[in-house]
Design a binder for this molecule. Structure first.
Ligand SMILES: Nc1ncnc2c1ncn2[C@@H]1O[C@H](COP(=O)(O)OP(=O)(O)OP(=O)(O)O)[C@@H](O)[C@H]1O
Ligand SMILES: [Mg+2]
Length: 300
């Protein structure tokens, strides 16, 4: 069953085509991640789905509603963590969760949420005294206080320390184990890799690729990279077709058959007394594919 159906969504701000013909379909129970550089149109698209921004054109259906016209019944079924939130600074953590919770019929308990996001020690602290990461944790708690079916998370873990990020991931996993649907944006490729069932890369308002984290941009069929440091030894006669040598002496072999290529390369090295220093075998990471797709790959 489809929870989000978007066709040819367009949003213009004056001359800026922030979202420029986006199609999206997210099924119930799925974690869908939107990746893309700063200004790509992620927040704009997500906030249109939330009902926070108006669209220029296109069709949007979320939980069977048009978010632009939907009222309270819709809001009670969704949870939102905006990229930037204005929470009343004078409230304590506990008061803020109580206040937000009072707006929902099926609210989760305040104590349970505080524990879930790891803010026990800050229960009675005013929001204005929280660190950036602590505030973001509170915002995550506020986003799920209404026990929503569908949760929008716009860069939920920005500013989190590594252990808080893992904790947030397990909160998301916990939500999906309860059958909830999650639409998230992130700049962290490991986050998308870990959490998402499907990802879409958006650049300049358009979706440039979509797939599972493992298959995006042909990743599963991409060549394996076998690299090592040549250390002034000659690599003449290295038994491979696609060999390149960088200025710093790093040898890279691109291989479609890594098992046999590795066998031949290591055999050659032993026969010639060559030490394959720093030998590594890798597939393109999600980040490599992402940088390729968004044209942001640095020249190296
Ligand atoms: N209220 C606004 N008025 C005018 N232009 C806007 C407005 N909001 C966003 N934009 C522009 O629309 C484009 C998309 O912005 P958006 O915030 O959706 O990007 P994003 O993908 O979320 O980026 P980031 O990763 O930095 O959060 C940008 O060029 C931005 O400057
Ligand atoms: Mg954004």
């Amino acid at each position: 069953m489809s929870v989000i159906e978007v066709k040819q969504l367009v949003k213009h701000y004056g001359d800026v085509r922030a979202v420029d013909g986006v199609d999206l379909s997210v099924s119930a129970g799925e974690v869908f991640a939107l990746l893309g550089p700063n200004g790509a149109g992620k927040s704009t698209a997500v906030e249109i789905l939330e009902g926070y921004r108006s669209k220029t054109s296109g069709s949007v259906s979320v939980l069977g509603h048009d978010p632009a016209k939907a009222g309270r019944a819709y809001r009670e079924r969704i949870g939102i963590v905006l990229q930037e939130t204005a929470v009343e600074e004078q409230l304590t953590v506990e008061e803020a969760i109580d206040l937000y919770g009072s707006m929902y019929p099926n609210r989760r308990r305040t104590g349970e949420l505080i524990e879930l996001v790891g803010l026990e020690e800050k229960t009675n602290s005013r929001i204005k005294t929280l660190s950036g990461g602590q505030r973001r944790r509170l915002e995550l708690a506020l986003g799920i206080v209404g026990d929503p079916e569908l949760i929008f998370l716009d860069e939920p873990t920005t500013g989190f320390d590594p252990s808080a990020r893992r904790q947030a991931w397990s909160i998301v996993e916990n939500l999906t184990s309860l059958g909830k649907t999650v639409l998230l944006t992130t700049h962290y490729m490991d986050e998308a890799q870990y959490l998402a069932d499907r990802v879409a890369v958006i650049a300049r308002g358009k979706i440039v690729a979509e797939g599972t984290p493992d298959t995006l941009g042909g990743r599963e069929t991409a060549k394996t990279l076998i690299t090592f440091q040549s250390n002034d030894q000659s690599i003449d006669g290295l038994p491979s077709d696609d060999v390149s040598l960088s200025e710093n002496g790093r040898v890279t072999v691109r291989s479609a058959n890594p098992t046999s290529d590795l066998y031949r390369i290591t055999g050659w090295a032993i026969d010639h007394g060559v030490e394959l220093a720093g030998l590594s075998v890798s597939r393109p990471s999600l980040e490599d594919v992402y940088l390729e797709l968004t044209g942001e790959k640095a020249d190296v």
